[in-house]
Design a protein around this ligand. Structure first.
Ligand code: DUC
Ligand code: ZN
Ligand code: ZN
Length: 486
């Protein structure tokens, strides 16, 4: 057999196995695993780890925030930063705003992504206006073109949907096999807290944390999982930030519900104390849900270790620390008028590798599962993406497990003027990244052409191991609850 490219001498790891193997690549696909493979083009991976290219499954790229401002990264800078962080593909959001159609929304994002992305991309569709046309015609059409995951918000004035609308969306998702994702926080509790804080004159960034109490997340996660269990359809709770929230996800999973949890590095490595930095610096650390505390971090690590979280995502939501981003509403804007979100797309994987694998908290195979395989399975990309096997796309990240670096904004390759992780010392970084067999990052340089990433039409989720259950009231065997089954 002949190959276009062979990755030679490395240690390959998948979500289940770690083994010495060369990787033979032809026409952008992995076509052979074995020793002694040869090709005219060889990457020497001696002493390196050969891992599936990361799949960043939660990031905001070229997206207007709910407060109107545009994210600082477009599909060019966002995808370049992702590639330097060891990702071969990503799935940002396409956000429908009220009054817009879904088809129109996707066309807008096609115009933003196709000419710019250097890695393969798809979209999760944010639905904030579930009209009859959207539910009956546009969501099925989006699904048919490979947009197979929908996100909803339970808070934010301009995007939130109510429980009844949520059920309608879950029902469409169930009919087509789509996955629904939710930002779960109780809107009324947040509003009430904000009003009280503002009335007391507490408007600095540090008050963002108490304005989103942990119990607001727990209440909404319980409600969201209950709605999904009524419909018996898959639901991802994104950016879980509290022990209470994680426990609800864990319990729902233990009962077999089609519920999945996602968490993000900021909740593991930063705390609300960062919001207390002098002047407006705290604005850099504002995200929603907000940063919590060190006790929370310990609990979240345990949930990551024991499988509560299927997904580890950056939630890269970049707004520069200047008048184009965080300070768009003035140099002393009240916290409620400051865009929520922080960057981190290039650090999602190095942070987890260094502090997870490097510190013995998780295995290398867990790392692979969290970096790519789980997202590929849940969001309908597996096995074309997310693993190293014959027949898969040659999406590969070659890691130097011993490479040490101090995090600095200059190394992020994004369009930001800060990184919240500045100064952290990490060990283990990707050094060469491939997408469909082509080098996109090598030797510290970008090798990919702008616009060379391709749209990924995604399939339905793999629900193996998540049986779900019909609630008694909807079980035809009990006549929709009118009589008790014998
Ligand atoms: N939710 C996100 O998922 N990202 C940024 C801000 C938010 O509210
Ligand atoms: Zn969110
Ligand atoms: Zn997000």
């Amino acid at each position: 057999m002949t190959y276009d490219l062979v990755i030679k001498g490395g240690t390959v790891a998948t979500a289940s196995d770690t083994f010495r193997s060369d990787v033979g690549i032809r026409d952008g696909k992995i076509v052979a695993l074995g020793l002694g493979l040869e090709a005219p083009d060889v990457i020497d991976a001696t002493g390196k780890l050969v891992l599936p290219g990361g799949i960043e499954a939660h990031c905001h790229i070229a997206q207007e925030s709910s407060s109107g401002g545009m994210s600082s990264d477009d599909y060019w800078t966002g995808s370049v930063s992702a590639a330097f962080g060891g990702n071969s593909s990503f799935v940002p959001f396409a956000a429908q705003h009220r009054g817009m159609g879904v088809t129109e929304t996707l066309e807008i994002y096609d115009g933003r992504a196709a000419p710019n992305s250097v890695i393969d991309y798809g979209y999760h569709l944010i639905i904030s206006d579930p009209t009859e046309t959207v539910l009956k015609d546009e969501l099925p059409a989006a699904f048919a073109r490979g947009v197979t995951s929908f996100k909803v918000f339970m808070t934010y004035e301009k995007t939130r949907i109510d429980d009844r609308q949520f059920l309608d969306i879950l029902t469409v998702a169930k009919t087509h096999g789509a996955v629904t994702m939710v930002h779960a926080e109780n809107h009324g509790m947040i509003q009430w807290m904000v009003e009280r804080l503002e009335a007391g004159g507490h408007t600095e960034p540090r008050y963002h944390a108490p304005s989103h109490p942990a119990i607001a997340e727990a209440e909404a996660i319980y409600r969201a999982t209950s709605l999904a269990r009524l419909v018996d359809t898959p639901l991802v709770i994104v950016h879980v930030s509290t022990p209470e929230g994680a426990r609800i996800v864990r319990d729902a999973r233990a009962e077999g519900a089609k519920v999945f949890g996602e968490s993000c590095p900021q909740y593991f490595f930063l705390t609300r104390d960062d919001l207390d930095r002098p002047g407006m610096e705290g604005a850099k650390y504002m995200c929603s849900p907000p940063l919590r505390d060190t006790a929370t971090q310990e609990v979240l690590w345990k949930h990551l270790q024991t499988g509560t979280f299927t997904l580890w995502s950056s939630d890269h939501a970049p707004y520069r620390y200047d008048e184009t981003g965080k300070l768009a509403n003035g140099p002393e804007a009240p916290f409620k008028s400051i865009a929520n979100g922080m960057p981190g797309i290039a650090l999602r994987l190095p942070l987890l590798f260094s502090e997870g694998v490097g510190k013995g908290r998780i295995t290398l195979n867990d790392f692979v599962a969290l970096s790519a395989t789980n997202a590929a399975k849940l969001y309908g990309m597996h096995p074309t993406k997310g693993t190293i096997c014959v027949g898969a796309d040659a999406d590969i990240a070659i890691w130097d497990p011993d490479l040490k670096k101090t995090v600095t904004v200059a190394d992020q390759h994004d369009n930001m003027n800060y990184t919240p992780f500045e100064g952290m010392e990490l060990t283990g970084f990707p050094v060469t990244v491939l997408n469909r067999g082509r080098r996109i990052v090598e030797g510290g340089e970008l090798k990919a052409e702008r616009g060379s990433g391709r749209f990924m039409a995604r399939n339905t989720a793999d629900m193996t191991g998540r049986p779900g259950a019909t609630v008694p009231e909807l079980d035809p065997a009990t006549n929709f609850g009118a009589r008790i089954a014998p």
